[in-house]
Design a protein around this ligand. Structure first.
Ligand SMILES: Cc1cc2nc3c(=O)[nH]c(=O)nc-3n(C[C@H](O)[C@H](O)[C@H](O)COP(=O)(O)O)c2cc1C
Length: 143
């Protein structure tokens, strides 16, 4: 999804990565992710944006984990002050919509402008290019 957005609007791609990678085993990752959420943990990140002041618009993509953003995104959003910038969220999920995650983003970045996001079902993500482009048009990012 991030690559399709980049094809449409340009900009730089940045991958939020944790120092301790998540297991490729789904059940293990569910366990760890839900445990981190329950314990309000901030996983350490191994990737950092050098010049955040150089960016005004940030597309923020993530999977919904435990009805929320993954805790690594708490780490990310607490690392940077995005006041005055525009955040455009996009997510995949099993069923949960993006709305509650947007409340978290607003709480962590109260002075950012947060635009309408998109939720894509995880099983349909690979085929969601047209839906992503339609959303970019709907929110006025792409003509
Ligand atoms: C720790 C964890 C928690 C999750 N919690 C939710 C949830 O609350 N709601 C939901 O719809 N999907 C949930 N999921 C499913 C993810 O959103 C889904 O795995 C993600 O969008 C990526 O899709 P994929 O697993 O098919 O690659 C969870 C997955 C993990 C690993």
């Amino acid at each position: 999804m991030a690559q399709w957005i980049q094809e449409e609007v340009g900009g730089d791609l940045f991958l939020i990565q944790t120092k301790e990678p998540y297991s490729a085993n789904y059940d293990e990752t569910v366990k760890r992710g839900e445990d981190e959420n329950r314990r309000n943990i901030r996983p350490a990140l191994s990737s950092h944006v050098e010049n955040m002041q150089g960016y005004n618009v940030i597309f923020l993509g993530y999977p919904v984990w435990a009805y929320d953003i993954p805790m690594a995104l708490y780490t990310f959003l607490e690392e940077y002050d995005l006041s005055g910038k525009t955040i455009i969220p996009f997510c995949t999920s099993g069923a949960t919509s993006i709305s509650r995650t947007i409340e978290t983003i607003k709480r962590l970045e109260p002075k950012a402008k947060i635009m309408e996001g998109i939720t894509v079902n995880h099983n349909k993500a690979l085929g969601s290019k047209n839906a992503v482009i339609a959303w970019l048009k709907r929110i006025g990012i792409v003509k």
